[in-house]
Design a protein around this ligand. Structure first.
Ligand code: PYC
Length: 404
């Protein structure tokens, strides 16, 4: 009989920290793991330590509602997220791991003339970039989502929608695990329960980090910590316009599959899809005030249920099984901050607000390229930190999916 103890572990036991690494990645979520993976796979850089204060994928990677799409408003955003969608499509093969990637089609409902105008705008920008997006009317929506009350119980009738056929969902933890295993198998060290407490510099250059397990020297540091970004950047006195707002979500009890599309309503501040386990995965807009917290509230579920029942009255007896919150690092223009910084050897991948999961592959790939070449990758050039000083913003508010 073959014992399961003979199988290699998915992840190894943790080792002591080495005194020096070429690259330290702060943050063991999807982005950090993806960057480690592409550094090793595409650039042969394997003297890398990923430091994670909690556990792999335990931050915003495991707290989002797993939507993948590229129907953004700006050409810069559309190109960037489209590259991500294409990478997602091949990820399971790449990892040899099922990430439950499921293309569902994505409806963003418009309940007002002005919302419909934004949908038309997004559709045209998308089509111009070769992305499948179109504005559809009530009849088409009713055909694809027959169980939805398009009249919203008389409150805010649906007038039309932006339909984005490539819209998908995936198993978010599997994405982080796949990247982590791929990075580890190529020689990257992953250190969970290792919190960075300071970043060491000499002049304008990064030379190492201090952690609650000891100090490490290194040549390059990449911060990929989403909601913890202000804690890390303050260690260097680096100013960014990021503010942290909680974003809450929940899942219902599992029910038989009935919802095979993703439905989003920016006006009602809700989004919903059905997971491969049958649970309805639901979320709302960010909480109204700045708060560094991952506590979820009764107010959130109550408000969400109120809006959700306008669209899906038959859900009134469904139970909510779990609820949680993530910390969204929101920028003023609703686009990320990526690339080099004024501190040599310190790279930033942040400002992921409510839109980070879908960027996991492309952010890992372009940040790895940027770090390997010490030059900002052209796809992320529009997202440079200096755009705020240059007044060269990438206004993505109209495509951020949820009201803010
Ligand atoms: O960007 O698609 C999105 C999204 C859905 C929920 C929160 N953000």
């Amino acid at each position: 009989l073959k014992s399961t103890h003979d199988e290699p572990r998915f992840f190894p036991e943790s080792k002591p920290l080495k005194p020096h690494y070429d690259v330290v990645i702060i943050g063991g979520g999807g982005h950090g793991m993806a960057c480690a993976y592409y550094l090793a796979k595409e650039h042969g850089i394997t003297d890398v330590a990923v430091l994670e204060q909690g556990y792999i994928g335990g931050g915003n990677t495991g707290r989002n509602t797993t939507i993948v799409r590229s129907n953004y408003l700006t050409p810069e955003g559309v190109k960037f997220y489209d590259t991500s969608v294409k990478l997602f499509e091949d990820l399971a093969d790449d990892f040899d791991l099922n990430i439950f990637y499921s293309t569902r089609g994505h409806f963003t409902l418009a309940h007002t003339d002005s919302a419909l105008r934004t949908m038309r705008w997004r559709a045209e920008v998308n089509k111009h970039q070769g992305i499948e997006s179109e504005v559809v009317g009530r009849e088409e929506i009713a055909k694809e989502v027959p169980y939805m009350d398009l009249d919203c119980n008389g409150h805010a009738p649906v007038m039309g929608a932006l339909y984005h056929a490539p819209g998908s969902v995936a198993r978010h933890d599997a994405v982080a695990w796949g990247y982590a295993r791929g990075a580890y198998n190529r020689g990257v060290e992953i250190h969970q329960k290792t919190r960075v407490t300071a970043i060491r510099t000499q002049g304008d250059r990064v030379v190492g980090v201090e952690t609650d397990r000891g100090a490490i020297s290194c040549n390059k540091v990449i911060s990929m910590v989403a909601g913890s970004t202000p804690r890390i950047t303050s260690m260097l006195g680096l100013r960014t316009p990021i503010e942290i707002f909680p974003l809450q979500a929940c899942v219902s009890e599992p029910v038989k599959p009935f919802m095979d599309t993703i439905v989003v309503s920016g006006s009602l501040h809700v989004y919903v899809s059905q997971s491969s386990r049958g649970e309805l995965v639901m979320g709302a807009s960010v909480d109204p005030s700045v708060l560094h917290s991952t506590r979820s509230s009764f107010d959130f579920v109550e408000g969400l249920a109120d809006q959700m029942l306008d669209l899906f009255p038959f859900m009134s007896r469904m139970k909510v099984m779990r609820q949680w919150a993530g910390m969204s690092d929101i920028t003023p223009d609703f686009a990320p901050i990526m690339g080099k910084t004024p501190i040599d050897g310190f790279y930033l991948d942040a400002g992921w607000g409510t839109w980070g999961f879908k960027a996991t592959p492309v952010s890992g790939k372009t940040m790895a390229w940027t770090v390997a070449n010490d030059k900002t990758h052209e796809l992320i050039e529009p997202f440079r930190l200096s755009r705020f000083a240059d007044f060269d913003l990438v206004g993505e508010k109209g495509a951020a999916s949820v009201g803010h």
